[in-house]
Design a protein around this ligand. Structure first.
Ligand code: GLU
Length: 418
């Protein structure tokens, strides 16, 4: 995997393809090629040994056309501006596909958080929040968790912002702990959405869910919840992997038992059970299975790997896991890809519910949240499916078409300022 992929170029390639099919003139959609605002910040952070280290961070707002900018913050050693730009654009498209009243943004800090103490992580988060303060706010730009960030980190962001404002502002961030305005169902929401998307595609294809085999790459918030809910629906999870290792049992893994191990040890590595074999990360992707769920990072399914993929369905739990070259190969092979901007939208949908509860100081029940999420996911899936049939295209291009229709229409109605 030595080739350098630029995720922003990949986003533009699909945008142009969808626009071409929709026959939208360039002048009506070219605004989507440019993020509205890009902020790069330097973050001096006091480390536990007394030294000061400087980290690099970004907050990029792609669009505020349909509502406040919305999107997560990731902490990862490979974060760079093009990646954050692409992720921000995918958020605008994602919010438009599921038709929630948001634009798109993303933030990132170039750091390996596993190398920081809790105190250093808190200092970094507070400093980053202060640095992006001119952009964020409950009516302008609302961050959320993403790769390597969690509810506690969102709590620190909420606290830092509230200190500057002089009063509690829960609606500035979503994915917070319950006690400070978080929502029931938010931690599981992305994985639950992945489960709904997988269930819907099986229904459409008339395939039984019972014992349908699944391989899951990534065992964080998205992959582990997705695997657990799919297991509960009767799917057979045959392989899973995280940063530490990948494991396989073609007869099916015992997911509750694996989860208990991971909860205790933090990673999959070291888990032993009858019939389990340790495999490479690449072998996981090309494992013999019906459904592959890449739920780790971008650019995992490359053109080298694509021809060897055995799965007939790919459900993108991660953002941008398939390169555009691989996408072409897989489409030719007849593999159905449920694209990220649809498959993993459950997270931002329940973020929207959390924010709506915060603005009204209300609390909904978990049942209300899960059933509202299900309705939105099923409706959006159907819209993308119908658009795919109408344009005789693949699901990714169809999802872009659904999203772009809404964005282009919003631009037309609002007009161009001044
Ligand atoms: N980081 C998640 C995503 O990529 C959630 C974003 C949000 O809830 O705002 O969709």
């Amino acid at each position: 995997m030595s080739k350098k992929y630029n995720p922003y170029d990949q986003m533009l390639a699909t945008l142009d393809k969808a626009a071409d099919m929709m026959k939208v003139p360039d002048s009506e959609y070219n605004f989507l090629r440019y993020p509205e605002r890009e902020l790069k910040v330097a973050l001096p952070v006091r480390m536990d040994d007394g030294s000061v280290k400087v980290f690099e961070g970004y907050r990029i707002q792609h669009s505020s056309l349909r509502g406040p900018c919305k999107g997560g913050i990731r902490y990862h050693q490979d974060v760079d501006q093009d990646e954050v730009k692409a992720l921000a654009a995918w958020m605008s498209l994602k919010c438009a596909v599921v038709n929630i009243p948001y634009g798109g943004a993303k933030g990132g800090v170039k750091v390996d958080p596993s190398q920081l103490s809790v105190n250093e992580l808190k200092n970094l988060t507070r400093r980053f929040t202060a640095a992006i303060l001119p952009l964020i706010g409950p009516l302008s730009d609302i961050p959320a968790p993403d790769v390597n960030t969690n509810a506690q980190i969102m709590g620190w962001i909420m606290d830092t912002y509230s200190m500057f404002m002089g009063h509690a502002v829960p609606g500035v961030v979503t994915g917070k702990p319950l006690d400070i305005g978080g929502s029931l169902g938010r931690p599981e929401a992305t994985g639950r959405g992945v489960m709904f998307s997988t269930r819907e595609i099986m229904k459409k294809l008339g395939r039984p869910m019972k014992d349908a085999t699944v391989a899951v790459q990534g065992y964080g918030n998205v992959g582990s919840v997705g695997a657990t809910l799919l297991y509960a629906e009767g799917f057979k999870i045959v392989a899973v992997g995280d940063v530490s290792c990948s494991i396989r049992n073609l007869k099916g893994l015992n997911i509750p038992e694996l989860n208990a191990y991971v909860a205790k040890n933090g990673v999959i590595k070291g888990y032993e059970a009858p019939g389990i074999e340790y495999i490479s990360h690449e072998e996981l992707l090309i494992t013999d299975c019906e459904i592959l769920v890449p739920a780790a990072l971008e650019n995992q399914v490359t053109e080298q790997i694509a021809p060897n993929i055995k799965a007939k369905i790919i459900v993108e739990g991660a953002n941008g896991p398939t390169t555009s070259e691989a996408d072409v190969i897989l489409n030719k092979m007849g593999v159905i890809i449920i694209p990220d901007i649809l498959a993993n939208a459950g997270g931002v949908v329940v973020s929207y519910f959390e924010w709506a509860q915060n603005l009204q100081s209300l609390m909904w029940t978990e049942d209300e949240i899960n059933s509202k999420l299900e309705k939105i996911m099923v409706r959006s899936f159907q819209e993308v499916w119908d658009t795919k049939d109408q344009f005789k295209t693949d699901m990714r291009t169809a999802a872009f078409i659904v999203a772009m229709r809404r964005l282009v229409e919003a631009r037309r109605i609002r007009g161009v300022f001044p």
